[in-house]
Design a protein around this ligand. Structure first.
Ligand SMILES: *Cc1c(COP(=O)(O)O)cnc(C)c1O
Length: 397
């Protein structure tokens, strides 16, 4: 009996729309790549997490195609019943080898990895100390654990120290500091060197969700721990295969051997959800191989990011500082949200696809267009994007 629920839900939908928070989905009529097509327009895509351009890489597609033939389409099982193929073990080994960890456990997504890691490791006697800007999946995963929760201001080391002191004073047994490696709305890196120092001082573990870094941050693409020289000091890494590493789906927890062993026994999204499809496992395996070798891809990505920042700054745009390919172009103030949205729409008519973000996704008055560079972009693509920004700024007042 749907009854009055229909009216209530319709009212909620209207509220969302009236508040300007409606999310529209543009339908792509092409693969995910630098140059995409939609029903309305052809565009250069500057809003995918396709940092290394592997999402449609011919070698990845070939590996996935071969797996479809050799390993079938689906697993129809969770891992521990009959859902583990050689491919899954190879992929777990490849991630451990790449990230220089003892072991790795795969999940269907990083959302699931984060949903499944805390409850197993942290109970009522323990404390989880979490950055306020952490990804929704970390927040939800932490909620599922019975541990005491402490939140520190974004990348604020003085506040992290206070929260660690509070957790310790409350008699916490296990403590863990939890952070995104890269904060996705700003492109800022968490200061992992300082976080590891503080964690050591208080006897806490460190968990980093490196979804927006694995594959391309750090000289070898091993992520933010490599960038900060703390690969041997971060205890638990989580991450996604759905961004730079092929962009299909799947996530992982990569960490000490005993923790992986326990997660395989107790982690609910692992135990009660289907194994990653063989096509995805094989494609991801190839993507990791390419990312490992992809010094050239990382160099192109760095070059594109630096060029975009340089040209945009010269045109007088207001960018958040940094070097991550997430490059927020800011439209501050009361009118910023409207301008950012209109400029993004206008840019599509110039063949450039970008997305505006405003409150509540980012703080009030800090609307932005978040541009994401890729190694798949050519220098000309980057210049076209800048030209579209300039033209749209002139068109939108
Ligand atoms: C994208 C992202 C996720 C989600 O990854 P999925 O594999 O798509 O579920 C989790 N954490 C962070 C920090 C992310 O950026």
């Amino acid at each position: 009996m749907y009854g009055t629920v229909r009216d209530e839900i319709r009212a909620t939908l209207e509220e969302i729309e009236a508040a300007g928070l409606w999310k529209n989905e543009r339908e792509l009529t092409s693969p995910q790549q630098a140059h995409i097509t939609t029903a309305k327009a052809d565009a250069i895509n500057f809003c995918a997490n396709n940092y290394l351009g592997l999402a449609d890489h011919p070698d990845v597609v070939a590996a996935a195609t071969a797996a479809l033939r050799d390993w079938g389409f689906g697993m129809a099982s969770v891992r521990f019943i009959c859902g583990t193929q050689t491919l899954h073990k190879q992929l777990e080994h490849a991630i451990s080898d790449f990230l220089q960890t003892e072991d790795t456990i795969l999940y269907s997504s990083c959302f699931d990895a984060n949903g499944g890691v805390f409850e197993v490791l942290f109970g009522a006697d323990d404390a989880i100390i979490s950055d306020e800007l952490n990804h929704a999946s970390l927040i939800d995963g932490i909620r599922l654990s019975k541990a005491a929760r402490y939140r520190y201001r974004n990348a604020d080391m003085a506040d992290l120290r206070s929260q660690l002191e509070a957790a310790k004073a409350a008699g916490a047994h296990r403590m863990v500091v939890v952070t995104d490696g890269v904060f996705s709305m700003d492109g800022y890196l968490a200061p992992l060197d300082q976080i590891c120092d503080l964690a050591d001082e208080f006897g806490a573990m460190v968990l980093v969700d490196d979804s927006h870094a694995v594959g391309f941050v750090g000289d070898g693409g091993r992520g933010t721990p490599e960038h900060f020289g703390v690969m041997d000091r971060v205890d638990i890494l989580t991450g996604t295969l759905g961004k730079a590493l092929g962009g299909a789906s799947g996530g992982y927890v990569s960490t000490h051997r005993e923790i992986v062993a326990l997660l395989r026994q107790r982690s609910r999204p692992y135990l009660f959800s289907n194994a990653v499809a063989p096509v995805v496992a094989a494609g991801s395996l190839k993507a990791i191989e390419l990312a490992r070798e992809s010094g050239a891809g990382r160099e192109t990505l760095r070059h594109n990011t630096a060029l975009f920042r340089e040209l945009m700054t010269a045109e007088g745009f207001d960018l958040l500082p940094g070097s991550h390919p997430i490059t927020p172009v800011m439209f501050p103030g009361e009118d910023g949200a409207r301008r950012a949205a209109q400029i993004a729409d206008e840019m599509l008519t110039h063949g450039v696809y970008v997305i505006a973000f405003s409150y509540p996704v980012v703080p009030q008055g800090k609307a932005r267009i978040r541009v994401q560079l890729s190694a798949a972009h050519s220098e000309e693509d980057v210049r076209t994007c800048v030209a579209a920004f300039v033209a749209a700024r002139d068109a939108v007042r």
